[in-house]
Structure formats: structure tokens, C-alpha cells
Design a binder for this molecule. Sequence first.
Ligand SMILES: Nc1nc2c(c(=O)[nH]1)N[C@H]1C(S)=C(S)[C@@H](COP(=O)(O)OP(=O)(O)OC[C@H]3O[C@@H](n4cnc5c(=O)[nH]c(N)nc54)[C@H](O)[C@@H]3O)O[C@H]1N2
Ligand SMILES: Nc1nc2c(c(=O)[nH]1)N[C@H]1C(S)=C(S)[C@@H](COP(=O)(O)OP(=O)(O)OC[C@H]3O[C@@H](n4cnc5c(=O)[nH]c(N)nc54)[C@H](O)[C@@H]3O)O[C@H]1N2
Ligand SMILES: [Mo]
Length: 778
Amino acid sequence: MSIPTPEKGHVAPYTHPAAGWGALKQVAVNLIKEKVAGGKYKTLFKQNQPDGFDCPGCAWPDRQHASTFEFCENGVKAVAAEATSKRVTPAFFAEHTVTALMAQSDFELEQHGRLTHPMVYDAATDKYQPVAWQDAFQLIARHLNQLDDPNAATFYTSGRASNEAAFLFQLFVRMVGTNNFPDCSNMCHEATSRGLPVTVGVGKATVLLDDFQLTDAVLVFGQNPATNHPRMLNELRDCAKRGAAIVSINPLKERGLQRFTSPQHVSEMVTGQSTKIATMFVRPKLAGDFALIKGLGKRVIELDDEAIATGSKRVVDVDFLAEHTAGFEAFAADLRAESWADIVAESGVPREDIDALADVYVKSERTIACWGMGITQHKNSVSTIQLLSNVMMLRGNIGRPGAGLMPVRGHSNVQGDRTMGIEEQPDEAFLDRLGAAFDFEPPRAHGQDVVAAINAMLAGKVKVFIGLGGNFSIATPDTPRTWEALRQCDLTVNIATKLNRSHLVIGKDALLLPTLGRTEIDLQNGVAQGVTVEDSVCMVHISYGMNKPASPELRSETAIVAGMAAATLGSDKVDWHWYAQDYARIRDAIEKVIPGFERYNERVAQPGGFHLTPASRNRVWRTASGKAQFLVHAIDKDTPIQRARARYGDDLLVMMTTRSHDQYNTTIYGLDDRYRGVFGLRRVVFINPADRARLGFAEGERVDITSVWEDGVTRHARDFLLVDYDIPAGCLGAYYPETNPLVPLESIGDRSGTPTSKSIPVLLARAASVQTSAQAAA
Ligand SMILES: Nc1nc2c(c(=O)[nH]1)N[C@H]1C(S)=C(S)[C@@H](COP(=O)(O)OP(=O)(O)OC[C@H]3O[C@@H](n4cnc5c(=O)[nH]c(N)nc54)[C@H](O)[C@@H]3O)O[C@H]1N2
Ligand SMILES: Nc1nc2c(c(=O)[nH]1)N[C@H]1C(S)=C(S)[C@@H](COP(=O)(O)OP(=O)(O)OC[C@H]3O[C@@H](n4cnc5c(=O)[nH]c(N)nc54)[C@H](O)[C@@H]3O)O[C@H]1N2
Ligand SMILES: [Mo]
């Protein structure tokens, strides 16, 4: 299995501040590349405005009542990619077989433009052919209705679907009779969603953007905001200007956390000024955060014990602990007993750095902890996040102005989709209300997450795959096995805006259903519809598309869901089309089922929308004990990585898979990773130069990567360029999705099920292609 990439690039360090003119130039480059037509430029200025659309770029919140346009390179790329004037028409499909398209790179597939017609796969010609919408829906209905067991179908959601589409989708699926809802969250912030409810009761952020204006310290764990959440840098810039401490906890010193020139501030752009962002870089080895945070907690307890001994001001928040928490004594005792040697060895962070981090933390009256994929995609992620919330609780940093927890979500409505019930483990109360509102008995058995869905396909237990957006075939781990799984399906359906790999890795029957993007006008019955989304700080707001649809054939996601549901289930019980004709009706239904959405239509009509305030923000703890709960977790000393190291010694390296600057998940916009100094290349591996020399490789050599697992399966990713990089010893970095074949399906987070994409034990060898040519020469 190999996916080609056109690669003619070079590596050169990037020395400019993040954003600034470099980012502005990219705006022009992207608008030209996508041939965005003149009238559509103005769309860019309606991004995240009260009367505009929610940016499909990321889930970072908007400055409230934003009246000025917030410039963001990521947002521009996302909008330009949707507003492109290039089209993938029936004529395109008539010219290309699926096999021929498989030979194109993900970058090339993305470049073809927007899908225009519903298409059905014809095995005889190996081509997609146009199909009428109604016939497409009938094909889906036929497959679903002939299943012996509704659990033989699985329904994927990527995080761009609106609340309305997601709610209708989950209702359809539960009426079909299953809770099989694999979704992109399973690969993303699942550890947050599973971890936080146990400690603080809600798996969501406790802060609002305003809290950044009050905070004394922001701890940024495992995030690369310059690339993935550029608007976050504006917030960090203002914090830095006020003198708040900003600590980056990351194996890499990401450029955007070093210096930033704000495109919002003309004077900075003109004079070339930039702001220093991070006051400190703490650099754990991959997956070392758990031990690091344990060290931070231990140091806080040590300092508190000293304070007790000397009769000075306590370091922990005694009142908060007494009134709001349970389990503190056992937690503190465990920290006292933990060995510093283990903490330092397992975190990879020197003791002085842990003390310095603790110093920042205890001096800060109000601390915000942010985290991203560097924290969530490991085996121990749930424990790490629970521990982080516990260490924040030590100083009462939850439910207080300027302080709190901030998981930074990825997809622009990934959080809302969960709120709407895209959840394979729904709670009983939700199912009761859903059943009562729509007069049916929802399935109670828990369903499949992403990895379980792939395993079920491999076992022949799932025969129908329906994807509401996303790129399931390559966002997921263990690519060859996932492809085998999808190809065993009787039917695969993808609802999408643009062509991607998942439209080519298909079942015996396959449908490709083109949909409106969020930037496009969504007319139902002649009335423009708004859709609602929930951002990373739980603000719910409405979004209206502005652009003319890419093709008159496109249907909204909501309309497509209604079409599938009506064809499959009929419209006696639920009048699906009636809902899809006016989304306000769906919002009324949501209001009946989901707490917090009272007067939904009315409140979402307010500029800026409304806050779905999580109980934890008000210090109400929806946990088993009714208190904010401390937990005791030990440092795990028997992990697959440790076992692999025992076997291979220092030859074993641990690899993270991460995003380049020019990609949006599996969508490859371009081949540069500007801030990391990589241009025109994607098959690169960042390596510590000392490791490279020790392993006997020359700079710029090409290598094959093999991952180490305990199931006897050999997993390779071949032909990567070694790039010397400032990365901790023993660690490697490479891009996703090229490296997903290396992640075993079985390598998942404890209690989260998330593929461990940021800690893969691997070995390097000189590239087979190089060896063969060398051998041939010899
Ligand atoms: N332009 C753009 N924007 C995006 C996306 C995109 O692909 N492109 N994707 C969206 C999505 S869905 C998501 S989830 C977010 C992702 O946004 P991020 O959470 O920033 O995700 P990544 O780029 O995968 O990696 C984040 C960082 O984790 C660090 N890291 C890796 N391993 C570890 C570790 O063990 N410990 C610590 N402390 N750090 C570690 C890496 O060095 C990197 O800086 O962005 C969203 N926004
Ligand atoms: N190795 C490794 N694997 C990872 C990660 C990692 O860091 N490393 N990150 C994981 C994370 S955090 C995530 S979130 C997942 C992402 O997994 P997905 O969400 O499945 O992947 P995307 O690449 O975001 O999906 C892109 C496709 O969505 C479609 N699309 C875009 N906009 C719309 C829309 O408005 N509606 C519809 N219906 N379709 C649309 C387009 O066809 C586009 O090709 O990947 C995960 N996989
Ligand atoms: Mo994500």
C-alpha cells in the first residue's frame, strides 16, 4: 500500500516571527491557487462575524461581539478551499477510473475542487457514474433494511457537521436501531471527554475568552497554535503584553510560541515588530507529560508542606479543597511518595525545569491550562488529563475568573456534535428524553468507536459504512487493515464537499454524495437557513452561508440525512422532510431533548449566541462524589514502548505524527511546513542530530520506518528524508496521514480508545530503495 506524493523540496530554518507578512502572502497564494472568484473574497471578511458564518477552520472561539475582522491564515485556507472555482464533475469521473485516481496523492485529489453531483460506483467500469438523489437514497435504504442486525451498519461523523445535521443524523441512526457512532473525536479529544467527567464532572472547557484577559499564567500543553489555532495567538499576545507568564510544554519549540507578529495590528506589520510569546519552554519527551505533571503536583505539595512547617501562607487553596473536593489526602500522600528519579526519567524533564514550572504555577493567582493533541493521543492520556485537572484543583484554578481548564478542540463543531448525541456511549437520561420526544425505544447497548468499527468490519460484522464528512480511510490508524476493512463492506457512503481517499477505498456498492459547505447559502423552501455550532468554550452561535453553492445539485447535510432517513424508515413517525425544510424546527426538537438549549431559537438569534455553561464553571460538580474528585494514578512502567525498548535498546525511537502548516487533517493544501523550515516535502522525519549520528545515518539520508508491536504484524512506512531537528533525544516527528500505517489498531489509549498517534515505538533502517540501488551499484 503506498500513496504517492510529488516531492521536490528543501529544508531551511525559518527565522521570522509567526504570522506577519508570511501569513498574508499565503492568503494571496491560496486565493490564486484556488482561483477564488472576485465576489467571493468578501466572504473572508464575514468569517466569525455576528451576521456571517462560523469559520470552518477550527473550534477556537471568537472574541465576543467581534466587530473587526480577525485575520487568520488557517481560516483563509479553509474558506478558499471551499470557495474554489475548480470542480469535480461527472465528466471528470467519466475520464478517471477509481484505480487511476488511487495513484494520485492526497494533495492532488484535493486540488481537483468541489464535488458537483451525486455519484454511484459502477464496478464493471471501475468508475463513478451520476445517480439521481432519490435513487441514491433508495440504495441506502435497501442495504440498511436488509441487514439482520442494525448493528451491522456504522455511522461516522467528522466534526464539521452542524448541530442540526448531527441531531437529525443521530435520531435517524438510533431509529435504525444502533449506537454505532464512530466519530473524529475518538481520534482527537476523547481522552478529555472521558477523563474530565470523572474529576470535574464535565468534559468541556471551564473558561471563556474573557478569562484570558485576567489570567496570570497560561500553560500550553501539546499544542501548535500558530498552525492549528492561529487566532489563539492573538489572545496569547495580549497576555504576554500584560506580563502574564506563558509556558509551552512541548517536546518542540514551536515557532508560533516563540515570536508572533499580529496581522491585526497594522503598526506591528509595518514596523516588523513582534511579540515574544512563551516565557518558558518545558520540553518533555513524548508521552512524558504524565510524569511531568506528577512532578509539578509533587513540587506544589512540597512547597505547601514547607509553608505549613514555617507557618507561612499555604500554597494549596485550603478553602477550595475543603469545600469542593474529595480525595485530597490520598492524592497528596501519593505525590509525596513518588520518586523524583522516576519523575525525571519518565518525563525527560530535568528537575530544575520542573521546579521552574512549579515556581510559575505557584506565583500565579489565576492559571489557565490549555491542551491539544500532544496530550490526548497517548496510552496514558486519560490519566494525564485527570492528573492535570487535579493539579489545577490544588490551587482552586477551576470555576474562578481568569482560571480554568481549556481543552482546545479541533474541528469547528466537533464539540457540538457530541452535545447533539453523536456518542457511542450515550447516557440513559439522554436516551430516555430522545425516546419520549420521538415516541420510540432507542437502542441501549453501547456502540462502536472508530477502532471498534474497523475491527467489526474486519470481522465481517459491519457491512454498511456511512460517513457524514471526514476521511475515514486515512484519518484512522493501521491503514492497510482499515482499507481491507472498508473494502469488505457491502456499501460505503461518503457525504463530502471534496474528493478524498475515502471515496476511492470503497465497498462493493459505493455512493459519493456532494454537500454544501458552511460558507454556502443554504436555501430550503426559498428561505436561507442558518446552522448552529458550539465552539471550544461552549459558545453556541448561528452561522449563515454567503456564497453561491458550488453546484445546483448540492444538498445540505441536513437534507441528505432527511433523504436517507425518509427512504429507510418512512415518514410516519418522523416527518424528516418537514424538519429539513426549516432548521428552526430541528432546534425546537433539540430544545426538548438536550438540557441547556431552552429557548434555543430565541437565544441563538442574539449576536454572539449563548453560553452552554458547564456546571464545573459554577463549581457544581457532576461527579459520582458530587465533589471535584482527586484520583491516584501511578506512573506506568510496563508499557508497549518500555517493552519495545527492553527488546531493542537505544535503537528504539518514539515517533509523534503531527500536522504540517499546509494541511487540514487529511486535506493537504500544500507541501510546505513553513515554521518548521520544510518546503515542498512531506515524507520527512525530524530526528535529533545526536541520535542520527549514533544510529549511523548521514544527514539527509532516506529511511524506512517500521513500528514495533506485539502481534507479529510488520508495519512499514517507506522512504522518508531524515531532517536534523531540535527534538529531544529518542523522539521523532513525522506528518500524518502518511505515517498512519504505522499505528496498530490495538495501540489505543487506556479508557479513551484513541489511537496513540503521538507515541509510536519505531525502528529506522536505510530506505530499501536506497539499499537496492546501492546493491545494484556494488
Ligand atoms: N491548519 C490546521 N488547523 C487545524 C488542523 C489542521 O490539521 N490544520 N486540525 C484541527 C484539528 S481536528 C485539531 S484536533 C487541532 C490539532 O491541533 P494541535 O493540538 O496543535 O495538534 P498537532 O499539530 O497534531 O500537534 C500538537 C503539538 O503537540 C506536540 N506534541 C506531540 N507529542 C507531545 C507530547 O507527548 N507531549 C507534549 N506536551 N506535546 C506533544 C507537537 O510537538 C505539536 O506541537 O487543530 C485543528 N486546526
Ligand atoms: N496519525 C494521526 N492520525 C490522526 C491524527 C493525528 O494527529 N495523527 N489526528 C486525528 C484527529 S485530531 C482528527 S480530528 C481526525 C480527522 O479525521 P476526519 O475528520 O475524518 O478528517 P478530515 O481530514 O478533517 O476530513 C476532510 C474531508 O471532509 C470533507 N469535508 C470538508 N468539509 C465538509 C463539510 O462541511 N461537510 C461534509 N460532509 N464534508 C466535509 C472533505 O471531503 C474533506 O476531504 O484525524 C485523526 N487522525
Ligand atoms: Mo481533531
